[in-house]
Design a protein around this ligand. Structure first.
Ligand SMILES: *Cc1c(COP(=O)(O)O)cnc(C)c1O
Length: 221
């Protein structure tokens, strides 16, 4: 695997050079992360708390760690001090726990709300009604130690590009709708995290500001 060459060829295809590439290094050894770091990567994505905790102290301090996977409430405390962005906030309970842990260490933790856009039932995330319920809940305005920086979504795992495009489009539409809504100041809505190795170009066409790319950089898992 020539990680540097892979990075360059992926970057070259970007439709939007301002779109942030989060290098998804889950299951990969530190040597691979270091190679990517040498090639200029500073944003790394992991989907397991334990792995994130193990890798973080071994990498340079200017690495920005993205938690991209499903996060259990009881594990938030382990990453709260250093995580750069939590992409997969899929319940109000989890958001409240992140807020609580942020409060404890006096840190405002940036997060994305995960929206369920895929057809697969197995994927996580809020549907529109659940999101609305949270946003209008009296507890919501009282959150003091989270920053809701945007939305995240994962498309259905399918070859059908129209399907994937439709799902990304629906996420972008929701993103725009939210922006036009009156929401508390800690909801900043700057980022739309969508797109992986197989669909990042489609995602960029549909307005992604952040793509999470693993196998196209580090090879298969
Ligand atoms: C693994 C993973 C990715 C990266 O997937 P690739 O297909 O290897 O690019 C992106 N997002 C999430 C949430 C993941 O778990």
């Amino acid at each position: 695997m020539d990680i540097k060459a892979n990075l360059e060829s992926v970057k070259k295809t970007f439709l939007n050079q301002d779109c942030l590439l989060v290098a998804v290094s889950k299951t990969k050894p530190l040597s691979d992360l270091k190679e990517a770091y040498e090639a200029g990567v500073r944003d790394f994505g992991e989907n397991k708390v334990q792995e994130l905790q193990a890798k973080q102290p071994e990498m340079p301090a200017d690495v920005r760690w993205h938690m991209i996977g499903h996060l259990q409430s009881n594990k938030v405390k382990f990453i709260a001090p250093f995580v750069h962005l939590i992409h997969g906030v899929d319940s109000f309970k989890l958001l409240r726990e992140i807020n609580k842990q942020g409060k404890k260490i006096d840190r405002i933790i940036p997060v994305l709300i995960q929206i369920h856009i895929a057809e697969e039932e197995t994927k996580f995330g809020f549907d529109k009604a659940e999101l609305n319920e949270m946003l209008t809940s009296p507890d919501f305005v009282g959150l003091s130690h989270v920053k809701i920086q945007g939305l995240m979504g994962m498309a259905t795992f399918t070859e059908n590009k129209d399907q994937v495009r439709k799902e990304f489009k629906s996420l972008n539409t929701l993103f725009e709708e939210l922006k036009s809504r009156e929401l508390p100041a800690f909801v900043s809505l700057e980022d739309l995290s969508m797109g992986m190795s197989g669909d990042y170009l489609l995602a960029q066409e549909e307005g992604s500001t952040m793509v999470r790319i693993g196998s196209a950089i580090f090879g298969g898992r």
